[in-house]
Design a protein around this ligand. Structure first.
Ligand code: ARG
Length: 459
């Protein structure tokens, strides 16, 4: 097969080389973007009188037919035609001959691939945003059911202070809100048209780049052609956004794995989101959560891969940049698989409220409140801290907890104690008294849930 760029060559490429540098195996997924990009380019060439309008019309019409044929599964791509761009042009020429050869006027594959990748990335960002939104809706709804489900809050994975499941879930809600916001931000910077940059230095034809931008739904045109063809910041940014999103999912999965263990027994995953063991009949494993945690690593890997590919590249286009796609695509695919599984997994889990409450009562999570009660009686905080520390030690030695000590036992340590301490250190009171903005009290979490509803309604 004669290459479209074969004019200055006297020998054909080695067949293994063809296989080595071909990208059609993975960039064929951008066929839709390639075709719509070419349609807009051809329409512009016709409008500007760069090629005859009738030729432009025929190109646009034929590209539409090729698109329909691809979608009907009637087109096979050829590795020898390298990539999606050359494949498409080859097919076009095979259908309309010399007119098809005019499509590439005033354009290079360098600005074409930058265009296709941006268009593809924009589409995927929109889809991922919708999945993050669904997750946030589920999370907020779940939080609403658990504003009074008391559980231990942890630091160092040691029981620290009482919170509620709603409060815990709302912490993740904040992370996903930031993730969503980052995706919007990346979209904004991706939404810049590179077409018209040519190979690197634009072209001598009177292109109308604004017309193409308008046709393809871009907000702006790139301001420098060398940057236009060689900028892959948007790929790095998206994979970075996705890495952060996966980090959040992974932390949540880690907790789900812990919570579903027999040691915690805070939740039980639905059978549909668990798996058994091939040997141990009793097992119910949180495999989905583990896989999401595991897949986080590959997304991080793509981020490092992309940054490293770009770091030494002189301006402008270099073939190294063909390596941008597989990592980008895999990061996108991975996140798009993980998000719906995660959302359904949390939507279907059973919460063991009683175990959460017992764990809260058992771990001295009200010790800070006992110290604060003393402070409110006029004891300096450091002394109060020390007094309660001694009481905790006493409880550990006597295998009991602060709620179950008698008033005599309290008063043996400090005469300041009276009956009202019991109320102050009940876990419910510990939660409700934390009524500061951002806190776990029912009033505060309800307010956050309402704010989130308003936020979600506007997305
Ligand atoms: N397949 C190439 C890529 O993904 C398209 C651009 C090739 N341009 C070139 N001059 N070799 O980057």
């Amino acid at each position: 097969m004669q290459k479209l760029w074969g004019g200055r060559f006297t020998k054909s490429t080695d067949s293994f080389t063809d296989h080595f540098h071909s990208s059609i195996g993975f960039d064929s997924r951008m066929y839709h973007e390639d075709i719509t990009g070419s349609m807009a380019h051809a329409a512009m060439l016709g409008k500007q009188g760069i090629i005859p309008q009738a030729d432009a019309d025929l190109i646009v019409k034929t590209l539409g037919e090729i698109l329909a044929d691809i979608e009907a599964g009637k087109v096979t791509f050829d590795e020898k035609a390298e990539d999606i761009h050359m494949n498409m042009e080859t097919i076009l020429i095979s259908r309309i001959g010399d007119v098809g050869k005019k499509l590439h006027t005033g354009r290079s594959r360098n600005d074409q691939v930058a265009l296709d990748t941006r268009m593809y990335t924009k589409k995927e960002i929109t889809e991922i945003k919708a999945l993050v939104k669904e997750l946030m809706e589920e999370l907020n709804a779940l939080a609403e059911q658990h504003t009074q489900t008391i559980m231990p809050g942890y630091t160092h994975l040691q029981r620290a202070q009482p919170v509620t499941l709603a409060h815990h879930l709302l912490a993740y809600m904040e992370m996903f809100k930031r993730d969503y916001d980052r995706l919007c931000d990346t979209y904004r910077r991706t939404n810049v048209l590179p077409l018209g940059s040519g190979a690197l230095a634009t072209t001598t034809y009177p292109l109308d780049r604004y017309f193409v931008a308008e046709q393809l739904g871009f907000d702006a045109v790139s301001a420098n052609s060398m940057d236009g063809v060689s900028d892959r910041d948007f790929c790095v940014e998206l994979i970075s956004d996705l890495s952060m999103l996966m980090m959040h999912l992974s932390r949540f999965c880690e907790e789900i794995i812990l919570w579903s263990s027999h040691e915690f027994r805070f939740i039980e995953l639905d059978d549909a989101y668990s798996t058994g063991s091939s040997i141990m009949p009793q097992k119910k494993n949180p495999d989905m959560a583990e896989l999401i945690r595991g897949k986080t690593g590959r997304v991080y890997g793509h981020l490092m891969g992309m940054l490293t590919t770009m770091k030494g590249l002189p301006l402008a286009y270099n073939k190294d940049m063909q390596e941008d796609k597989e990592g980008l695509f895999d990061a996108i695919d991975t996140v798009k698989m993980c998000l719906p599984v995660f959302t359904k997994m949390i939507a279907t889990m059973t919460v063991r409220k009683e175990n959460m409450l017992q764990a809260t009562k058992g771990g001295f999570t009200n010790a800070t409140d006992a110290a604060d009660w003393l402070v409110k009686q006029g004891v300096p905080f450091r002394d109060a801290h020390s007094t309660i520390g001694h009481l905790v030690l006493y409880c550990i030695e006597h295998n009991t907890n602060l709620d179950d000590l008698s008033l005599e036992e309290y008063q043996a340590i400090s005469p300041v104690f009276n009956e009202s301490v019991y109320d102050a250190i009940s876990v419910k009171q510990c939660v409700e008294a934390r009524n500061v903005i951002g806190g776990p009290s029912k009033a505060m979490t309800t307010r956050a849930i309402e704010d989130n509803k308003a936020y979600l309604a506007k997305l």
